[in-house]
Design a protein around this ligand. Structure first.
Ligand SMILES: NC(=O)c1ccc[n+]([C@@H]2O[C@H](COP(=O)([O-])OP(=O)(O)OC[C@H]3O[C@@H](n4cnc5c(N)ncnc54)[C@H](OP(=O)(O)O)[C@@H]3O)[C@@H](O)[C@H]2O)c1
Length: 326
């Protein structure tokens, strides 16, 4: 099959289109004929050599796909060849065929095309898991999302608007993305390059802070995040783009009864991911089917131009998701 292969680790130039062996669905899995996949920031980190796939998962990049079921592995029921599906996968999306556990499939609503459906599994599931299942975001809460123009955080804004409509959404973004973030439904938009976000959060909340923060910046933002967190606040860290080590005032955290939660989706067990996906199907998929949430496709590239797609992500030219089509 056609796939994107790596000549070692490094910049986008290490990626090239080539031939790989078509995978086979093991018991409990299905083989998907991929119509589209999307680029996630962890793909860039994997390409650079800093994020290995979990044991047993494909070495090929790509964490989510949309397409049609080609074959069923032993023991799979409830799905048929030809079904339109999207899937969360541990790797292997940048290819003509990919395998997925049957419990990690979601039927594609009729109103969505494959490009849109390829933007949901990794991205919205990450936002959903961390904001709702781990941080327990509830109506009435104030939530701060960093990097509101990216894949995960455009999804996070949409989920907050639909699942907790009485929450107040604070978003940091760079200058060119402020209007887009506002249009998605953010209440307070902070240009993080022009002002210190913790000062804005303190000013707007009367120094009370926010209840939940979703962060992928890591070290550089730990202290301003903690200063922006309310009593009983929850900080969820899903990335460390500025570095992994920083100092934390444990006494203050204890006195304010705060929680710092580290979280990754990819290495979780098959059963754990299945439980998250079942919850997501029940609580979120109706919003895609009725159009109240629509995936944001920013750029579309043919699979062969995966290197260009990565350059686009690394230059942060996108707002929402970058899609690769077959
Ligand atoms: N733990 C998990 O399970 C998991 C799963 C998926 C993704 N992730 C992580 O989540 C993060 C987002 O992934 P993604 O695929 O959504 O990437 P993305 O589309 O590139 O989004 C990242 C966003 O962050 C913004 N940004 C960069 N520096 C910033 C700063 N200092 N303050 C605020 N915003 C900043 C970027 O925009 P500007 O450059 O224009 O500011 C961009 O919009 C990545 O770190 C990724 O590794 C974690």
């Amino acid at each position: 099959m056609k796939a994107i292969l790596l000549d070692g680790f490094g910049g986008p130039e290490v990626m090239h289109a080539g031939e790989a062996e078509t995978p086979v669905a093991d018991p409990g899995q299905v083989l998907i004929r991929v119509a589209a996949t999307s680029v996630n920031r962890p793909d860039v980190v994997q390409r650079q050599g800093n994020y290995n796939p979990p044991p047993g998962d494909s070495e090929i990049l790509g964490l989510e796909v949309a397409g049609t079921i080609e074959t069923l592995g032993d023991g799979v029921s409830g799905w048929q060849p030809g079904d339109r599906v999207m899937a969360l996968i541990g790797g292997g999306g940048y290819a003509e065929y990919a395998v997925a556990h049957a419990s990690h499939l979601i039927p594609i609503p009729e109103n969505l095309d494959f490009n849109q459906a390829a933007c949901i599994c990794e991205t919205y599931l990450t936002a959903f898991l961390n904001l709702f299942r781990l941080a327990g975001l509830a109506d009435g809460d104030k939530v701060l999302l960093h990097g509101g123009g990216g894949g995960v955080n455009t999804a996070a804004i949409q989920l907050c608007r639909q699942l907790v409509p009485d929450s107040t959404i604070f978003v940091t973004a760079s200058t060119g993305k402020l209007d887009g973030v506002r249009e998605l439904g953010a209440h307070h938009v902070i240009d993080y390059r022009e002002s210190a976000f913790e000062e804005e959060v303190a000013r707007i909340t009367g120094k009370k802070g926010v209840d939940v923060i979703l962060d992928h910046i890591g070290a550089k933002y730990l202290q301003p995040n903690m200063r922006s967190l309310a009593v009983y606040g929850r900080l969820v860290i899903i990335g460390v783009t500025s570095g992994p080590k920083a100092e934390l005032n444990l006494a203050l955290m204890m006195v304010k009864r705060q929680q710092v939660i580290g979280s990754v989706l990819r290495p979780r067990s098959v059963a754990d991911k299945a439980a998250i996906i079942a919850d997501f199907r029940e609580r979120v998929m109706g919003h895609f089917a009725d159009g109240s949430i629509a995936p944001l496709v920013s750029h579309v590239f043919p699979l062969e131009e995966a290197a260009e797609a990565h350059r686009t992500m690394e230059s942060s030219a996108h707002f929402g998701k970058i899609v690769l089509t077959m």
